[in-house]
Design a protein around this ligand. Structure first.
Ligand code: PMP
Length: 423
């Protein structure tokens, strides 16, 4: 036997053993684990970005203006001055200093007087959603969500065997009458509705914002039906002009769990976000958080706290808003120039996304293949609904791509869209 043959045999042996283990362990999976799967349409997020491809797919923040020297200096200072603490375990709620900073940030967003005692630092907003699902939802319970909604939240809720029920939006966001009707219908069918998961400002994927005059109405409807509001607001501070709209949490401290994030205003890599939790729910919430992570990364918490204290984050956010506003304008202009008249799209006033609607009957998922051939990638609308039903919509992210690339991406996508419209 040559050495090459020996190697192959060993490899085959390993593969056979693994196949056997996989077969035996299949029976051990929880029911929940069977729900943790990505559908084909959601797999689009994993498309490898080949050189030359313009990606209008992922909603990445632009990090190019971050002062990396200052980040590095801060990291070094944190380690040299507070190394023993920074490299150690900490409390499950997060450090007091970071929770105080978070309250300052929320005040800027319009949540005044929040107490650090009501904040749980999390591993991003994504993990706050996971904790909420874990704390409130039994298999079969219903979570209401905007139609369309954030794909990551769908994946989280589905992992807890929750039924996500979409509620319609118009250009002013979630429609209160549709919410009431949906609740009535579900209650009549005996469903247990636990949460309304909502992204009121610059919804991912649609870019739509819930109008100020609807905000209290939505919370009141939920309160009446004993449904908690889970407000996810990672983009709230990225309004292109004017002040951010007051979050639903602002005037409703007992009925809304608010999720915030450092991912879009600073860095997704530090994996830090937070939940502002009503006092009467706080203990359960943070104990559940602690059960997963023990404590959020001390090093990253201290880095973020020190960094925010040592640079003008308000000015940085103002610059970020200008960058995203310019990118959004470039995308809207390019769409107007290149897309056929049959296509319509949203005009976001902040955030990362434009939502394009093609005529009924066109499924945007199969168009993806041709669009990749044409050198551009987007996310088909079906990814943002619980059913993954065919959708004539598509999400275009303008946040992480320079204006000239945005224009090029839209220019490449236009013939694919035109061909689908004319077919
Ligand atoms: N919620 C929404 C609406 C998002 O768009 C995202 C990220 N794309 C998240 C939550 C996840 O944020 P984080 O990085 O804070 O976990």
């Amino acid at each position: 036997m040559t050495p090459h043959e020996t190697e192959l045999t060993a490899e085959t042996q390993t593969a056979l053993e693994r196949a056997d283990a996989a077969h035996r362990h299949e029976a051990l999976f929880s029911e929940r684990a069977h729900n943790i799967r990505q559908s084909a349409v959601r797999d689009v997020f994993d498309i490898s970005i080949r050189p030359g491809l313009v990606s209008l797919a992922g909603g990445s923040p632009s990090l190019t203006r971050l002062p990396l020297g200052l980040v590095a200096e801060t990291a070094q200072r944190v380690i040299m001055d507070h190394g023993m603490e920074a490299l150690h375990y900490g409390g499950g709620k997060g450090t007091l200093a970071l929770r105080e900073l978070i309250c300052e940030i929320m005040a800027e967003e319009g949540i005044l007087g929040a107490s650090p005692e009501d904040v749980v630092v999390t591993t991003g907003s994504q993990s706050a959603q996971d904790i909420a699902a874990k704390v409130f939802c039994n298999p079969g319970d219903v979570v209401l969500a905007e139609d369309p909604t954030y794909v990551g939240a769908l994946n989280t809720f589905e992992a807890y065997q929750v039924r996500v029920e979409p509620v319609g939006m118009d250009e002013d966001g979630l429609v209160p009458e549709l919410l009431e009707a949906r609740i009535a219908e579900l209650e009549a069918a005996g469903a247990t509705i636990k949460l309304l998961y909502t992204i009121p400002s610059f919804n991912n994927p649609s870019g739509i914002t819930l109008a100020a005059e609807r905000r209290q109405q939505i919370v009141d409807i939920c309160r009446e039906h004993n449904i908690l509001v889970l407000e996810d607001n990672p983009y709230g501070m990225l309004r292109f002009d004017g002040k951010p709209l007051a979050p639903l949490r602002a005037d409703n401290p007992d009925d809304v769990i608010y999720c915030g994030s450092f991912s879009k205003i600073f860095s997704p890599g530090v994996r830090l976000g937070w939940a502002l939790v009503p006092k009467h729910l706080y203990r359960r919430f943070y104990l559940a958080a602690e059960a997963v992570v023990l404590c959020p990364s001390m090093l990253n918490q201290m880095l973020v706290t020190e960094f925010f204290h040592s640079f003008d984050w308000r000015a940085y956010l103002a610059e970020s808003r200008a960058v995203y506003a310019e990118r959004c304008a470039a995308m809207l202009h390019a769409l107007g120039e290149h897309f056929p008249a049959e296509a319509t799209w949203t005009t976001p006033s902040g955030g990362f996304f434009v939502w394009v609607t093609l005529p009924d009957g066109i499924d945007t998922y199969p168009l993806l293949h041709e669009s990749i051939e044409a050198g551009v990638v987007f996310i088909p609308g079906a990814a943002f609904t619980p059913s993954d039903a065919p959708s004539s919509k598509l999400r275009l992210a303008f946040s992480g791509v320079a204006p000239e690339q945005i224009r090029e991406g839209v220019r490449r996508l236009a013939p694919v869209v035109r061909a689908a419209v004319e077919a």
